[in-house]
Design a protein around this ligand. Structure first.
Ligand SMILES: [Zn+2]
Length: 506
């Protein structure tokens, strides 16, 4: 069975997968209550010879269905939980609840479960038909909407024996996402006060709703003093009643904190706690803090981005370059080189002063940059020149493909005339700043600029290894051009689209 045949097998069984996706839609169950949904998926796998294990990490609806033996162990992650208050009739584009206030599948976890099921069965068929070793592990992960089921499964070691795992989420496009998801946590603050008639005996009352309002005001002021990459969300889930003439004795809200890294989330969480304690003090009410859940930020696999370049570099070095590089033998004998070293004339006074002088002036200017009317990148020249050039070309609202090509060309062209390591060091921060100003993800672009800086096979200036090799192998500039153009074009063709697929800027 080849890949094409496996895809045909999957298409032939599409109706079955649609039926399961629809059945999950028809029985929407929210976090940790997915009894029907989890059993539906497990039964479909059991019919194909999978063995099921229930109650993973102490959660009734977390399960693993396993088929096959030996390595590799291939994981398929499935989600199947619904969201509250999203009941919806299927197949129409306007809001029409089947049951007002009921549960519904808002972001397609019914498809997520059924799609992963198709993936696991397709993989099983492929291994089976080709007599290959391998284990297929289908992991049912409950409560992904507001419960973080995978967190508990990870802590219990449910993923330890996997060689790799595939997961996905329904969306508007078919792509590998940028890889960064924010760390986050959810907390409930509940205040308890004393009820009383608001006109007859207000002095007897202690308002929990006032405390909740003060907490929210405190949080609005906090927003200015947290990193701009962090997010704070809230929902009031208990107002303490609907009567304004009663002092509200209970009130609570749900709060969510998101930030690029877990330590940042923890720091903001602790500040939120102190604001809530302050609100309780101000209103003479009691505060209860319930830490509900948290997940860390994702850590993208950047190594993946380097693989195509490494493959191309290897192929070029072993098969392509030797065809174009004529070994003319060393240009100089060992004695001639030793003699040439001795005869090397000392630098003239002007060149010597310039050599040290420029370096010293730049360092002194950088140290005194607070006192002279120049920005750091104006002192260093290259930063200003390159950023101005790139920003002029791109404009205010650039197309990501345009940006990728401009950055690639800039790094590629400039590195032909200066050290690639120096250019890489200079361009890294520029790319970060550029991405920051456009609100883009910088991972792919930084990596791509680094690759462009390393494709410096054309002239001898970009890295010291090249003049050294030219001398040893007796190569000339025209040999470098002959050898260098194929890897340069191949690397460009491979790296630019690959980066846009694996780590698109937006
Ligand atoms: Zn979702």
């Amino acid at each position: 069975m080849d890949k094409q045949e496996m895809l045909q097998w999957l298409s032939g069984h599409a109706e079955e997968f649609y039926r399961i996706g629809d059945a999950l839609w028809d029985t929407p169950e929210v976090r940790f209550t997915e009894q029907h949904s989890s059993h539906l998926l497990a039964e479909a796998l059991e019919q194909e010879g999978f063995q099921t294990e229930w109650n993973l990490a102490g959660m009734e609806t977390a399960f693993r269905c396993t088929w096959g033996s030996g390595k590799p162990v291939i994981g398929f992650l499935a989600e199947f939980d619904a969201l509250p208050d999203l009941s919806q009739e299927a197949g129409i584009a306007e809001k029409k609840p089947i049951e007002p206030g009921g549960n519904g599948h808002g972001c397609g976890h019914n498809l997520l479960g059924a799609g992963s099921l198709a993936g696991a069965l397709g993989m099983k068929k492929y291994l089976e038909a080709n007599g290959l070793p391998g284990t297929v592990a289908f992991l049912g992960c409950p409560a992904e909407e507001g419960g973080g089921g995978k967190t508990f499964m990870a802590r219990a070691g449910c993923f330890h024996d996997l060689d790799f795992a595939l997961t996905w989420h329904p969306g508007c496009g078919n792509a590998i996402p940028p890889g960064i998801f924010l760390a986050n946590c959810m907390v409930r603050y509940s205040f308890t006060g004393v009820t009383s008639h608001a006109a007859g005996s207000p002095e007897q009352g202690r308002s929990a709703l006032d405390a909740l309002e003060l907490l929210n005001i405190g949080i609005q002021f906090l927003r200015e003093h947290i990193p701009s990459t962090a997010r704070l969300h809230y929902a009031i889930v208990d107002t303490g009643g609907i009567s304004p003439n009663i002092v509200q004795g209970h009130a609570s809200g749900l709060y969510q904190i998101r930030a690029p890294h877990t330590p940042m989330v923890i720091e903001i969480y602790e500040r939120l706690n102190r604001i809530a304690q302050g609100a309780a003090l101000m209103t003479d009410t009691e505060l209860k803090i319930e830490f509900l859940r948290a997940t860390s930020n994702t850590v993208p696999n950047v190594v993946l981005d380097k693989i195509p370049s490494l493959i191309v570099a290897f192929i070029c070095a072993v098969f392509v370059c030797p065809r174009f590089a004529v070994d003319r033998g060393p240009m100089y004998t060992e004695q001639e080189r030793k003699a040439a070293k001795k005869e090397l004339p000392p630098l003239g006074p002007v060149r010597e002063v310039l050599g040290y002088g420029i370096f010293l002036v730049v360092v002194i200017c950088m140290l005194l940059s607070n006192y002279i009317p120049l920005e750091i990148w104006q002192i260093c020249m290259i930063g200003d020149l390159v950023t101005n050039f790139i920003q002029n070309v791109l404009g205010t609202n650039p197309n990501p493909w345009g940006a990728v090509i401009v950055l690639w060309l800039t790094a590629f062209i400039v590195t032909q005339f200066m050290s690639n390591l120096a250019l890489m060091t200079a361009m890294g921060p520029l790319v970060y700043l550029l991405c920051y100003s456009y609100g883009w993800n910088p991972i792919g672009l930084v990596y791509m600029v680094n690759t462009a800086c390393f494709i410096s096979y054309l002239p001898p200036l970009s890295t010291v290894a090249i003049p050294y090799m030219m001398q040893l192998g007796g190569y000339e500039q025209k040999d470098l051009l002959r050898m260098g153009w194929i890897p340069a074009i191949l690397m460009t063709v491979v790296s630019v689209p690959w980066v846009m697929i694996t780590f698109p800027p937006c």
